[in-house]
Design a protein around this ligand. Structure first.
Ligand SMILES: Cc1cc2nc3c(=O)[nH]c(=O)nc-3n(C[C@H](O)[C@H](O)[C@H](O)COP(=O)(O)OP(=O)(O)OC[C@H]3O[C@@H](n4cnc5c(N)ncnc54)[C@H](O)[C@@H]3O)c2cc1C
Length: 419
């Protein structure tokens, strides 16, 4: 926005498309800059991936998805219907385009470049959640170690290699190697199959559905409007305002933020965003677990993460490349169960409930897309893949600063959505 004298004028109104953790955090932070915000969601807050994921805020594990091991593991896995990695096969040209681009980025050099983008973000995760707490978001954020558990001691090598790479990229990580017995002393529900573990110290976790609900409440309390059950079909600039066209009325504002998760590419591509974003569908359920686990645990071989949720355990897993709108596959929850059942004891798996599927918004180069597009006044916040809960609040605060001041913060340099 420019004034009549040609100076940059901060926007006074914004429409945010998508009320997941990222869109809500953008709204929260824009409000701090005095911007009047309208959020629009095709369903309701948290209707996408932000509802019942694992809820880990784990900077020590946060990095790009594409790396050479994904190719070796992934190609074998996608053709095995019982594998925790798969494809929701359907005629979808977006899948082929995404897959080709992802494969191109499965190199060590691309992973290192991606990690350079994550490092300055990862160090601010705890502070970004603390900032939202100070702003009235009172949902619990629990500090905890995360146990990464392995049936075979050799299994640790992949994780240790990744953690070493993180440390060499300049990110401090505090870990301890445990035997199976040491891990069971901390977490007695771990079964005798676990023979080794890595304790990753000083991470955090939330119950995502409660957190998103609390964040939406604060956005509303501060005067933000949340328009539910309304799909934005396109966004265009008309003169001095940006218009988000919905199925019903148009909404205009000084700025529009596209934060529509795994659906991002449809709205963002016309504004110069070429990196495709596609769904990495994951599944979860909860099951009674009393006494609860002392903290989250991660079983990389089974691709399962679990986290305490009151007197229940939230169990999450599966990476299924597919359209976020395709129906959930009934075979996926049994795949998670087959993986986790032998690893945890004393849980009645038949009493599970809350079965859920959500699509991680995966960018094909593994780096989030946050910043201005080619269209003045149109911004993007998305593509956080496996780590949108960890990075949502920080994304909101960095992008809101860019929108309000016209100056992109240094941390967003590598996240340019038009790269
Ligand atoms: C099983 C699983 C486990 C996970 N575990 C973790 C974890 O432990 N830690 C972590 O950091 N991350 C985790 N993630 C990833 C995390 O959930 C996502 O990265 C994050 O929720 C993405 O947030 P978002 O706001 O970008 O997208 P979403 O939450 O998907 O929100 C997008 C919103 O946009 C709306 N929308 C879409 N199109 C339109 C439109 N045209 N008009 C209006 N509204 C629209 C949708 O309805 C939706 O509400 C996990 C994901 C899964 C599936």
């Amino acid at each position: 926005m420019t004034t009549d004298e040609g100076r940059e004028r901060p926007p006074s109104s914004a429409v945010v498309v998508g009320a997941g953790i990222v869109g809500l955090s953008c709204a929260f932070s824009l409000q701090e800059h005095g911007v009047e915000v309208t959020l629009v969601d095709r369903k309701q807050p948290g209707a996408g991936a932000s509802w019942q994921n694992a809820g880990l805020l784990s900077p020590a594990m946060t990095g790009p998805l594409p790396e050479p091991a994904i190719l070796r593991y992934g190609l074998k896995a996608v053709v095995n219907p019982r594998s925790p990695v798969g494809v929701a096969w359907q005629a979808d040209p977006r899948l082929a385009r995404f897959a080709l681009s992802l494969v191109r980025h499965c190199t060590t050099a691309a992973w290192r470049r991606g990690m350079e983008a994550y490092r300055p973000l990862n160090e601010q995760v705890a502070a970004s959640y603390e900032h939202q707490r100070e702003g009235g978001v009172t949902a619990e954020v629990t500090t905890s170690d995360i146990l990464s558990c392995f049936a075979h001691p050799d299994g640790q090598s992949g994780l240790l290699h990744e953690l070493e790479a993180l440390v060499s990229s300049g990110q401090p990580v505090d870990i301890e190697l445990l035997t199976g017995d040491e891990a069971r002393r901390q977490e007695p529900r771990l079964s005798g199959h676990i023979s080794a573990a890595v304790r990753i110290r000083g991470q955090q976790f939330i119950t995502p559905s409660k957190y998103v609900t609390a964040l939406a409440e604060v956005v509303r309390r501060r005067g933000g409007k949340i328009v539910e059950d309304t799909e934005v079909t396109s966004v265009e600039r008309r003169g001095r305002v940006v218009v988000a066209k919905t199925d019903g009325a148009d909404l205009d504002a000084d700025a529009v933020v596209l934060a529509s998760g795994a659906w991002l590419s449809t709205l963002a591509a016309p504004h110069g965003v070429r990196v495709p974003v596609y769904g990495g569908r994951g599944y979860s359920f909860t099951v009674p677990c009393d006494p609860p686990l002392s903290g989250p645990a991660h079983f990389p071989a089974a691709r399962v993460a679990v986290a305490p949720q009151g007197d229940r355990l939230r169990v999450t897993g599966i990476m299924e490349f597919g359209s976020p709108d395709a129906p959930a596959r009934s075979s996926r929850i049994p795949t998670i169960l087959r993986g986790v059942r032998p690893l945890l004891e004393g849980i009645d798996w038949e009493r599970r409930s809350d079965e859920w599927m959500g699509a991680r918004p995966l960018s094909s180069d593994g780096v989030p897309l946050v910043g201005a597009t080619r269209t003045p006044g149109v911004y993007v916040a998305g593509g956080h893949g496996m780590w949108g809960i960890t990075l949502g609040p920080l994304t909101g605060s960095l992008l809101a600063r860019q929108i309000a001041t016209g100056e992109p913060p240094a941390e967003l340099g590598r996240l340019d959505p038009c790269r």
